[in-house]
Design a protein around this ligand. Sequence first.
Ligand SMILES: Cc1cc2nc3c(=O)[nH]c(=O)nc-3n(C[C@H](O)[C@H](O)[C@H](O)COP(=O)(O)OP(=O)(O)OC[C@H]3O[C@@H](n4cnc5c(N)ncnc54)[C@H](O)[C@@H]3O)c2cc1C
Ligand code: SF4
Length: 522
Amino acid sequence: MNRQSRIDHPQSGIHTTVWILGDQLSHRWPEWLAHAGLGPTNTRLLFIESAAKIRSRPWHKHKLVLVLSAMRHFAQAMRDLGWPVDYRKAATFEAGLRAHIAAHAPARVVVMQPNTWQGRAFVKQLSRAGGHPVAEFLLLDSRFFLAKPEDLGASRSPLMETFYRRMRRRTGYLMDGDQPVGGKWNFDDENRRPPPRAWRASGSPLPIPNLPAFAPDPITREVIAEVAQVASAWGALDGFALPVTREDALKFCADFITHRLPNFGPYEDAMVSGQPVLFHSMLSPLLNIGLLERDELCAMAEQAYREGRAPLNSVEGFIRQLIGWREFVYACYWREMPRLREMNALNATRPLPKFYWDAQTEMACLRACVQGVWERGYTHHIQRLMVLCNFALLAGVSPQEVNEWFFATYVDAYDWVVTPNVVGMGMYGDGGIVGTKPYAASANYIHKMSTYCAGCRYDPKQRLGERACPFNALYWDFVARNADILSANPRAGMPVMALRKMKADEVAALRAQAKHFLDSLA
Ligand SMILES: Cc1cc2nc3c(=O)[nH]c(=O)nc-3n(C[C@H](O)[C@H](O)[C@H](O)COP(=O)(O)OP(=O)(O)OC[C@H]3O[C@@H](n4cnc5c(N)ncnc54)[C@H](O)[C@@H]3O)c2cc1C
Ligand code: SF4
C-alpha cells in the first residue's frame, strides 16, 4: 500500500474511489481531496455499512442510529455538493468493497488512515488480500488528531500536564505570547466543586439547562426502524435526539458554549441524580465521528472567554480536555498498542457483574449510572471513572471485560479512546502509563461529589455491617490485595500506610465483609 499526498490521475473520467469510514464524516473532505488533485469530476465517494460490524457487539442502539444516520446524511450532503456517491449496505466491509469495485472498476481506492489499530490492520490486510482488480490502494494521512506518540516524551509514564502545556504552546490556545493567559496553566483549584447543598434537597429546582433535542427526520426514522431489528443491540432505542448533521452539531455546540460552558469548570466533577450531562458538553459522540472538530470547539470556547461570556477556569478546563486529555490518550494508544488492550497489571480476573447490563443492584450510584448508559449511551467522565470503573477496579474485575462493556455500551466509544481510558486510566491495567496511580476511592468520594447516597439503601459512612456501603470494605480489600504494587508507587502509597496502622481484626473484618459481598455478585 502506498502513502502519498498528491495522486496522479492521467485518465479522464472517474477513476478514483475514496472510501470514507463512519468516524471520518468531516466537512473538510472536499478541501483535503482538492489538495490531492481529486474532485467530483474524477472521484467517486464510497460508504459501506457492514452488517457483520453492526452485529459484532451488543452496541448501544443510539450509537448505531447515530453512526448510520450521520453516514447517510453525510453521503447525501456530498451528493448535494455534486460528488458521485456509492452508498452500500453489505454483509461485510470487504464484500462491500468488492461489490463496489465490480460495479465501478476504479483504478485506485483511497482511504484515510483509520483512527484505530484494528482499522489500520484491517485496511492493510484488505489491500494485501489480492483479488481486487485495482491497480493501487492508497492511504492518506489521518487529519483528525494533533498529537503523535513522540509528543509523550521518553518516559514510560508520561505526565499529562507536561504534554498539555506542549499542546497549548503548539496550538496557541489561551496563550499570551509564550505564557498562559491568566498566569496559570491550570485552574483546577477553582474547579471540582461538589453539588451545592441546595441541589441536594429533593424537589429543589436546579439551575441546569436542558440539552437541545433534535427530532429524528425521515432518514433517522428509517435508521431507527432498521436498528429495532438488530437483535444483538443493547440499550434504549426511544429518546434518540442527538444531531446527525454538521449543521445541527454546530447548533448543539453553540448551545453548550452559551448555556453550560460557564459552569463547566466548577461542577466538572459533580454528579447529580437525574442530571446525566450537568454542565458537560456531550460533544464526544459528534467529535469522534468527525462532525465537529477539536480546533473549532477550542476557538469557540476561547472566544467566549475573551468576550466575557465564560470564565477562564471553565474555558481552560474545557480546552484541557480537548487538546490535553483527548490527544494524550490518543498518543498513548498509538504508543502502546496492540499490547495495551491485554494489559492487566493488577491481575484482576473477576467477570463483569451482571448488573452492568441490567442495572439490578441496590447500590444507588451504580444503578443510576447503568440506567443512564442504558437510556442514552452516555454518562459524564466522573461517573465513568469514579463510579463505574472505580467499582470494577475495587472488585478486581478483568480490565478486558470492563473495556468490552464500555466499548459496546457508550455512544462515543471507539477503540483509540475507550481502551486507554478504561484499561489505562480506569482500571490501572497498564500499571501507570495513562494515569499516574489507580483512581480507587471509598464511598466518601461519591458521597461528597454526588447526590446519589441520599437515595441509597446503604450508608456511605459505615464500613461494617448490613447497611455499610460496599465501596468501603471493597476499598480496603483492594488496598490490602495490592499493597505491594501500591506502596511501590510514591503517589499511591498513603492508603497502604493507613491500612498498616489499622488493627488486624478490623482489617480482617473488612476483608471478610468484602468477600461476602463479592461472593453475592452474579
Ligand atoms: C472509563 C472511561 C471510559 C471512557 N470512554 C470514552 C469513550 O468511549 N469515548 C470518549 O470519547 N471518551 C471516553 N472517556 C473520556 C471522557 O469520559 C469522555 O470523553 C467524556 O465524558 C465525554 O463527555 P463530554 O463530551 O460531555 O465531555 P466533556 O466533559 O464536555 O469534555 C469535553 C471533551 O473533552 C474530551 N475528553 C475529556 N476527557 C477525555 C479523555 N479522558 N479521553 C478522551 N477525550 C476526553 C472529549 O472529547 C469531550 O467531549 C472515557 C473516560 C473513562 C474514565
Ligand atoms: S451509599 Fe455507597 S452504594 Fe450507595 S450511593 Fe453512596 S456510594 Fe453508592
